[in-house]
Design a protein around this ligand. Structure first.
Ligand code: ASP
Length: 351
């Protein structure tokens, strides 16, 4: 009797086994509704990025930095780390590279200094943090995350932001660290262009024409627990004045994250991204309009902004691992990876 019961039990257990997964995968593509183990998307700024302006060395340098950034984030995600840790680790690599307008490669203000902005948001709890106008923090993205996790505020600026970050033990550097010839020359050209422009009495046209402002970095990650985090870091716009802040440190404009919809990081002409609450608009179109990630992201960048003359792009990622990277400029440094091993880095449009 005992043997019969045992055989019966084994039979039931066997019957309850799921179909062999390898066979399923080989014959049936995974439905789009299935969340991937993890995924990540990055940008290194949008603008007049053209193949004819690129040297092989520069292209290789940018590609290597983006690959290193993706590697840093993937190491975190693959090992079961959080999306927030992945975003921070990824942006550190981009902030350390002179190729991007964030951290080391930040642009110069009209006064010839580097004032950096960053923001951070986690999608499972809508916690957010940001800093604006910091001048000595090596990794502004970590300051933004610290504001989120260790203060009762969302946005700290200038001296107070610096003081808070230093109290948290974040690394500071001499402002000279942020000097690069490339960005300094860009400021000189902007100043010269402005002088010529003023002579022609054409007001603020300079901002529109001079494309040396781009190179902001951003990252959105989805971890194995299904949580989304997003972060953005920038030096802002070359030749900016009066403690100008763009969209990058503003939650809802430059950065947003909600597990129920998506995570977003933007890059482009910040004043437009602020006015049209771009990052939040992508979320809202999904939440209220039931748009897909691709539809929502495309509508904001290629309809709303194009209609108004706002240039730039964004990266976005939803909880199913769908990725969108629309931009309305000639190029945007962008890349993504998925747990399947899929990885792509692109600069131009079309490519
Ligand atoms: N959005 C940034 C700003 O306006 C600049 C950029 O992304 O290129 O400060």
């Amino acid at each position: 009797m005992r043997t019969i019961c045992y055989l019966l039990l084994v039979g039931i257990l066997f019957a309850c086994q799921p179909t062999e997964p390898a066979t399923m995968e080989a014959t049936t593509p995974a439905p789009a509704t299935e969340a991937p183990a993890y995924a990540m998307v990055i940008h290194g700024g949008a603008g007049t990025i053209l193949p004819e302006d690129m040297t092989p060395e520069k292209e290789a340098g940018i590609r290597a930095a983006m690959n290193a950034a993706l590697d840093a984030g993937e190491t975190v995600l693959k090992n079961g780390g959080s999306a927030a840790d992945a975003v921070e680790a990824t942006i550190w690599v981009l902030e350390d590279s002179p190729h991007f307008n964030a951290g080391k490669g930040a642009v110069f203000t009209n006064a010839g200094i580097n004032e950096m902005d960053a923001s951070f948001m986690t999608g499972h709890d809508q916690q957010a943090g940001a800093v604006g106008g910091v001048t000595t923090l090596k990794h502004p993205i970590s300051a933004a995350r610290s504001v989120m996790e260790k203060s009762e505020h969302v946005l700290l600026t200038g001296k107070g932001a610096q003081e808070f970050a230093e109290m948290q033990g974040l690394e500071t550097v001499d402002p000279q660290y942020f000097y690069t010839d490339f960005r300094w020359n860009a400021l000189q050209q902007a100043l010269e262009g402005e002088r010529v422009d003023q002579e022609k009495l054409q007001g603020h046209r300079i901002i529109e024409d001079i494309d040396r402002k781009y190179g902001t970095v951003g990252c959105v990650a989805l971890d194995k627990s299904g949580n989304i985090a997003a972060g953005t870091s920038t030096g802002g716009m070359t030749n900016k004045r009066y403690n100008r802040l763009g969209d990058s440190p503003l939650i809802g404009a430059g950065t947003y994250a909600d597990n129920a919809t998506c995570g977003v990081s933007c890059t482009g002409w910040g004043e437009f991204f602020i006015r049209y609450a771009v990052a939040y608009d992508v979320h809202a179109r999904m939440a209220y309009g039931k748009a897909s990630l691709a539809e929502a992201a495309d509508a904001v960048i290629n309809q709303t902004l194009v209609d108004k003359g706002g240039t730039g792009g964004l990266i976005a990622l939803d909880a199913k691992g769908n990725i969108a990277m629309p931009f309305n400029t000639p190029g945007m440094y962008r890349g993504y990876l998925k747990a399947t091993g899929e990885r792509e880095i692109k600069f131009y449009s079309p490519e």
